[in-house]
Design a protein. Structure first.
Length: 302
């Protein structure tokens, strides 16, 4: 009996030690994974803005995250925007709540260190504390507003939408007038050789340069992609066309619908409708946010 108890004790102790080691390893590797993901996303964002190792971003360039939450109280839902406050401490934030019709509801000031603001759990706790108990907080999405010397230059929109199989995750770059600067496909599970071609320059670069008015009514056509246009879309890889020639060709096609991938019309439409939806919703919401910030005299760095 004593031997059995000893064996059970030793097995239990071994399992506890193993669990501690595995748990510790998970925490370390998960943090490393999150860090690598953030580094990769920032690299993609800068590339969408036209920067690279050969052309680094200027020191005056700044990326300002704005986090959107859904705030619910007794079946009444409002939108909460967590924005950095300019002119004070680096940990000064304001949660601005706006009704669904765009009217200002409330402002809640809070302190949140920038490194903690990047962590979803820490950020959610700070927002919940700011609004108080009795309200349900749900994270919606993030927008990154890009400035250069304080002047707004672009918007970076991480987002996702349904593809042919599962969700497609993207990062979209817009200029201040909502013209598309670039699109990057971050994750997808479309079929290789068919819908999986959405990652190729000759498809995703068709969105680049599309003005907002054209984007709002953008469709998909099942026509062969013109060779001249394909050359311009892939110029970044082939180097066969100069910048001026690429700009001329893209100007020619800026109001044209998206040419569908061969054998993958559904994936082509999914990306087209997804991008169109992200931009239209964002343009609608940022107009409300900018108006409320101006009316309430909330000074932000963008």
């Amino acid at each position: 009996m004593k031997d059995i108890s000893t064996i059970i004790f030793r097995l239990t102790l071994t399992c506890l030690v193993a669990a501690l080691i595995m748990g510790g390893s998970f925490i370390v590797t998960n943090r490393a994974k999150q860090h690598n993901q953030q580094v990769n996303e920032q690299k993609v964002m800068l590339s969408l803005l036209g920067y690279s190792a050969a052309k680094p971003a200027p020191a005056s360039l700044a990326l300002h995250p704005v986090y959107r939450y859904l705030v619910t109280e007794q079946d009444v839902q409002t939108l909460g925007y967590l924005v950095p406050v300019a002119g004070g401490a680096t940990d000064a934030f304001a949660l601005v709540t706006i009704a669904l019709d765009g009217k200002f509801v409330a402002r809640h000031d809070l302190r949140l260190a920038p490194e903690k603001a990047e962590q979803a759990k820490e950020r959610l706790q700070a927002v919940q504390t700011a609004v108080g108990s009795g309200k349900t907080i749900q994270y919606a999405d993030q927008t990154i507003i890009v400035t250069d010397n304080g002047q707004r230059q672009a918007y970076l929109l991480p987002g996702e939408f349904p593809g042919f199989k599962t969700f497609v995750k993207v990062i979209l770059a817009l200029d201040p007038g909502f013209t598309v600067l670039g699109l990057e496909i971050m994750e997808h599970e479309e079929d290789p050789g068919l819908g999986g071609e959405i990652v190729q320059d000759y498809f995703k670069n068709q969105f680049r340069g599309k003005p907002y008015e054209a984007l709002k009514k953008l469709g998909v056509v099942k026509e062969p992609l013109p060779d001249e246009y394909r050359g311009a879309l892939e110029a970044g890889k082939t180097g066969r066309l100069g910048p001026e020639e690429v700009a001329r060709i893209q100007e020619q096609y800026k109001d044209h619908d998206i040419y569908a991938l061969t054998g993958a019309t559904i994936s082509s439409r999914s990306v087209t409708n997804g991008v169109k939806g992200i931009v239209k919703k964002f343009a609608y919401r940022i107009a409300f946010l900018d108006r409320v910030l101006a009316e309430q005299r909330i000074v932000v760095p963008f």
